[in-house]
Design a protein around this ligand. Structure first.
Ligand code: GLC
Ligand code: CA
Length: 556
C-alpha cells in the first residue's frame, strides 16, 4: 500500500462563515482563520479544508461561485488568503480548497452571457433544453433542494438545468472549454501553493445523454442511477488528473454523492488515477431516509457497523476513504449518534474514538472537537439554509406536512445545526463576533466553549488532542486489519486491529447502561491508550463498560 502524507493525516473542515469574525460584521472571515491557526495546530490536525471562499452571491453560502479566482469580499482579500496559506504552511499544515465544478452561480459572467442569446459563445457552457410538448420542464428531474431541476428562461423559450437551486446552473462538461476553464482555475490556486481540493458533488459532472426521465424510485436511487455516475465521469476525472493534479503534490477528496460500495473503486482505486479518496454518505445519512431529512429512521448501531464493514471490504488495499461523521451538510454528530444531554461529554469522546480508529483519513468538522450540539430554531425567520427554507416553503404550498412537523425536522436534521458560529468563549456571541451573527449562536455557548475546555484536562477538547496525538504514533489506527467481536450486539462495538507488530482493541458502549464484555481472557498484556472515563472496571477477564464508555487498549 502506498503511504502518502494525506493518508495518515487528519482533515479539519472549516466553514469560514461561522468560524471566527475579526471585523465584527457577524460573518466569519479569513483573518479569523489566521487568528486561530495556533489553536488548530494545537489539535494535531494536518490538513485544513475550507468550504468555498470564492466570490458568490451566497444563495447556497458560497457553493454558488460567481468568480473562481477571486475571494468573497465578506471573507477578505487575496492578500489575506496569501497570508493564510503562508501561515498555515509555516505551521506544517496543509490547505485544501473546495472546488465546486458541477455548477456555478447564475451571477457568474458565463451564465450572464449565456442568457443573452442562443448564439452567445457561452450558451453551451450550460444545459439548455426546449420545453416538453405541454410547455413544462423537459423531464421530471427534481432538484436536490426541492422543485423541478429545470428553470424556464422566458426570453429564449428554453429551460436550463440546475440540480441544486435555480441560482446554481449546472455546467456542461461535454464542452471542452468548460473543462479548461475549471482546470485553469485549479491551476491558479495550485500555483499559489494550495495542497489540493475537496471536490463538491463531483460524481454529477457527466450528464446522461438525452436526459432520460427518472424512474419512480427513491431519491437516493435516482441520484445513483440518473444524476451521478454519468457515462463520461471517469474520462473527465482522468483528464483532470492528467492535465492538472498530476503536476502538483496535491490531493483530491471527493464528496461521494451517488457513489456506492460497488462503484467506489472506479473513482478511488489507486491504479485508476482519478481521485485520491472520497467520503461516502451511508453513515452520514443513516438517520434519515433517502437522503432527505423529512423522514426519520432510528439510529441503529449494528447498521452502522455493517456500513463500516461494507466499505472497508469494498476499498480494501485498492483505494482509500475519508471518514466523516459530520460536516456542514448534516446536523451535529453528537446529537445524531450520541447523547447531547446527560452523556454529552462521554458520548462525544466515544464517537470520536470510533471515528479515529476506522481505516482511512480522518475528517473532522469544526466545533465537534468541543462537542457542539444541534440548535433549536424557534421559527422559520431564524432558518438560513436554503435547503431547509425550500423544504418549508414547499410544504406550505403542498401541505404535505404540518408547519410544526417541518420545523421539527429542520431542527433535527437541517444543515443550520452544523453552521452555527463556533463557540470560542462565554463572552458575547460566544466570542465569535461582537455583532449579531448571520445565524443564531447556540445558547449553550456559556457551557460549551473552547476557552472552558482548554483549561479542563478532562474536556472533550483535550481528549481530542490526546487521541489525535496517539493516532499519530500508531499506524494501526489508520491501516490495521479488522477483527470484529460480537458483531450482532446492538449495544457495543468491539474490534481488534492489527498492523505489523501493533495491536489494539477498541470497545465502545453505545448504550446508557453498564455493559459487560468478556474478551480479556485471551489478552495477555494490556496498556490503556485511551479511556473516556477515569476508571476501567475489570473483573475476572471481564470488563464492565459504563454508559458510553469507550476504551482503546494496546494488546499483545
Ligand atoms: C455539496 C455541498 C453542499 C452544497 C451542494 C451544492 O453537497 O457540500 O453544501 O449545497 O453540494 O453545491
Ligand atoms: Ca467578518
Amino acid at each position: 500500500m502506498e503511504l502518502s502524507w494525506f493518508k495518515k493525516g487528519t482533515i479539519y473542515q472549516i466553514y469560514p462563515r461561522s468560524f471566527n469574525d475579526t471585523n465584527n460584521d457577524g460573518i466569519g472571515d479569513l483573518r479569523g482563520i489566521i487568528e486561530k491557526l495556533d489553536y488548530l495546530k494545537s489539535l494535531y490536525v494536518d490538513i485544513l479544508w475550507l468550504s468555498p471562499i470564492f466570490s458568490s452571491p451566497n444563495d447556497d453560502n458560497g457553493y454558488d461561485i460567481s468568480d473562481y479566482c477571486a475571494i468573497m469580499p465578506e471573507f477578505g482579500t487575496m492578500e489575506d488568503f496569501d497570508e493564510l496559506l503562508r501561515e498555515t504552511h509555516k505551521r506544517g499544515m496543509k490547505l485544501v480548497l473546495d472546488l465546486v465544478a458541477n455548477h456555478c452561480s447564475d451571477e457568474h459572467v458565463w451564465f450572464e452571457e449565456a442568457k443573452k442569446s442562443k448564439k452567445n459563445p457561452y450558451r453551451d457552457y450550460f444545459h439548455w433544453r426546449k420545453p416538453a410538448p405541454d410547455g413544462g420542464p423537459p423531464n421530471n428531474w427534481k432538484s436536490f433542494f426541492g422543485g423541478s431541476a429545470w428553470e424556464y428562461d422566458k426570453p429564449s423559450g428554453e429551460y436550463y438545468l440546475h440540480l441544486f437551486t435555480k441560482k446554481q446552473p449546472d455546467l456542461n462538461w461535454e464542452n471542452q472549454k468548460v473543462r479548461q476553464e475549471i482546470y485553469s482555475a485549479m491551476r491558479f490556486w495550485l500555483d499559489k501553493g494550495v495542497d489540493g481540493f475537496r471536490m463538491d458533488v463531483i460524481p454529477l459532472i457527466s450528464k446522461r445523454e438525452e436526459y432520460p426521465d427518472a424512474p419512480n424510485v427513491g431519491f437516493r436511487q435516482i441520484i445513483e442511477d440518473v444524476y451521478a455516475n454519468g457515462p463520461k465521469v471517469h474520462d473527465y476525472l482522468k483528464e483532470m488528473n492528467k492535465e492538472v493534479i498530476d503536476h502538483y503534490d496535491a490531493f483530491s477528496l471527493a464528496e461521494g454523492v451517488g457513489i456506492n460500495d460497488k462503484n467506489a473503486g472506479l473513482y478511488i482505486n489507486h491504479d485508476r488515477k482519478e481521485l485520491d479518496m472520497l467520503y461516502h454518505f451511508d453513515i452520514l445519512e443513516c438517520t434519515i431516509v433517502n437522503g432527505k431529512f423529512e423522514e426519520a429512521t432510528i439510529f441503529d448501531l449494528t447498521n452502522m457497523k455493517s456500513i463500516f464493514k461494507k466499505w472497508r471490504d469494498a476499498v480494501h488495499e485498492k483505494g482509500w476513504l475519508a471518514n466523516a461523521l459530520g460536516n456542514h451538510d448534516f446536523a451535529r454528530m453528537i446529537s445524531r449518534f450520541g447523547d447531547d444531554d446527560k452523556y454529552w461529554s462521554e458520548s462525544a469522546k466515544m464517537l470520536f474514538m470510533m471515528q479515529a480508529t476506522q481505516n482511512g483519513t480522518l475528517n473532522i468538522y469544526q466545533g465537534d472537537e468541543i462537542g457542539m450540539t444541534n440548535i433549536v430554531l424557534d421559527s422559520i425567520e431564524e432558518v438560513r439554509d436554503v435547503q431547509s427554507l425550500n423544504f418549508y416553503n414547499e410544504n406550505l404550498q403542498s401541505q404535505k406536512y404540518s408547519i410544526g412537523y417541518a420545523l421539527e425536522r429542520i431542527n433535527k436534521e437541517g444543515r443550520d445545526n452544523a453552521r452555527t458560529p463556533v463557540q470560542w468563549s462565554d463572552e458575547i456571541n460566544g466570542g465569535f463576533s461582537t455583532h449579531k451573527p448571520w445565524l443564531k449562536i447556540n445558547s449553550n455557548y456559556n457551557k460549551i466553549n473552547v476557552k472552558n475546555q482548554d483549561q479542563d484536562k478532562n474536556s472533550i477538547l483535550n481528549f481530542y488532542r490526546r487521541l489525535l496525538k496517539t493516532r499519530k504514533q500508531y499506524d494501526v489506527f489508520v491501516y490495521g486489519d479488522f477483527e470484529e467481536l460480537e458483531f450482532d450486539n446492538p449495544n457495543v462495538y468491539i474490534y481488534k486491529k492489527t498492523y505489523g507488530d501493533e495491536k489494539i482493541l477498541v470497545a465502545l458502549n453505545f448504550s446508557t447502561h453498564d455493559t459487560a464484555f468478556a474478551h480479556f481472557n485471551a489478552i495477555s498484556e494490556i496498556e490503556v491508550l485511551l479511556n473516556n472515563y477515569q476508571e476501567l472496571l475489570l473483573n475476572d477477564g471481564e470488563a464492565i463498560l459504563k454508559p458510553y464508555q469507550g476504551i482503546i487498549l494496546k494488546i499483545d
